[in-house]
Design a protein around this ligand. Sequence first.
Ligand code: FAD
Ligand code: S2G
Ligand code: ZN
Length: 513
Amino acid sequence: YTSDAYPNIKRDPKFAEISADDVKFFKELLGSESAVIDGVTTDATDDLEPFNSDWMRKYRGHTRLVLKPGSTEEVSKVLKYCNDRKLAVVPQGGNTGLVGGSVPVFDEIVVNTSRMNKIRSFDAASGVLVADAGVILETADSYLAEREHLFPLDLGAKGSCHIGGNVSTNAGGLRLLRYGSLHGTVLGLEAVLPDGTIVESLSTLRKNNTGYDLKQLFIGSEGTIGLVTAVSIICPPRPKAVNVAYFGLESFEQVQQAYLAAKGQLSEILSAFELMDGRSQGLVIESTGNKHPLEGEYPFYCLIETSGSNSEHDMAKLETFLENVMGEGIVADGVLAQDETQFQALWRWREGITEALSHLGGTYKYDVSIPLSELYQLVEDCKARLTEKGFVGDDDSFPVRAVVGYGHMGDSNLHLNVAVRQYNKEVEKAIEPWVYEWIQKRNGSISAEHGMGVAKKEYIGYSQNETMVKLMKQLKALYDPVSIFLSLNSSRCDHHTNVIFWQNGIMNPYKYI
Ligand code: FAD
Ligand code: S2G
Ligand code: ZN
């Protein structure tokens, strides 16, 4: 196996190929027809397609078998069998990940969580929800809304992503500014290790200081040390009053001033502060045909959300804030949502960017954390570099269609996206590794929230030192059992040592670190 998508990755020969006997075992184990999509003994390629290619259609694998276990016990038996047979596995939730982590690189078996989708419990007094990993984020939030609570995570993929995938990617999203990261809100989880061990750690306690906090290892581990089968998470009361304002601004300097003013004047009711540049909003206009909410055109826009308990109080606060920032010339123009329809419409100007970009052919995505004062400088420098190299211009003859910057201002997290007519090695080489060096110089992160997957694996050194990477690899080897084989005079080992470490490493190989 070599893969044109990954020319410098070769299929690891230690992994077995799936056989008809394997499929027979899984069919008997999982029972229901819908639990096994079998491209080994049947020609199910079309049914396998949605599991082999990622949301952006940028990464594609060749699995011939998708398994959808219905319980933790079934996951345990599946993984133990795969580990014993050295069959590589990719855990998959909603398959909305953006770094190629959720689809196979070669023929790894996809273990998809969509059939593990039960809400297990909710305690109104503490706000703690316990749910299967395969519950869709939006489903969890609607369940909580009926009980006047809120899921402390929101992102554009809420309609498809699973909470097991959210935890496994340590997703950040639109509400992190107010509700914090999953490292703080997840109280416990249940997971299965590749040898079948079930990790029972579904604590619902807000405080539990008894030993290492091992659940944290699974948060953001992207399916490389185990498969998360359930999550326990503390959910805040649903705010009674939620409002949103949409601003146009003349410079990034003024965006920073608006952010500082929002923190100072909206403070406890501020629940989101999102940045969108003019080009990103132009793409949303092109892709939706919707009328832009402001008369004039501006180089920068912000979307500010407030969430509180008293609508009049919050509205008054927001109106005063709007008067101040306009009076001081920080904001050039702005609009406040007057009802739920307008609220949703304003949010679509932010959440619609990813979708708009996906219609442009190919997108080089850089989800980065950099110092706030330079957050937009990266976009300017990238645009200048690609223009100087002749990739950006005013008409359709240039390979690059747009260079846009948007993201979570409150988390100092920029989404730099370079949209091309089609993927283009020359453009990629003009951006990488220059963009990673730019970030490293500022001690930033080359992946703020989307994770590593296959896309960022080789660049981890720009944000983690050797000691950290070594410790991570030791942890991986601990959870993905290492078998040591003594082999004398075998061709497989060099003459210095007579021992080869054969790490099974069946969990989401070729990715992450
Ligand atoms: P998948 O894509 O299926 O998998 C993601 C990774 O987690 C893979 O490595 C997979 O192997 C692993 N995995 C999945 N389920 C499990 C499990 N149960 N156990 C172990 N490993 C598992 N991300 C953000 O952080 N912030 C955003 O604002 C944001 N906005 C987005 C907007 C859009 C329109 C889209 C398409 C994506 C966005 N994302 C964002 C990226 C993506 O939605 C998140 O990474 C999400 O958390 C992935 O969840 P999923 O269930 O789709 O996981
Ligand atoms: C966002 C989604 C993916 C992207 O919109 O906040 O995390 O890069 C992103 O468009
Ligand atoms: Zn984001």
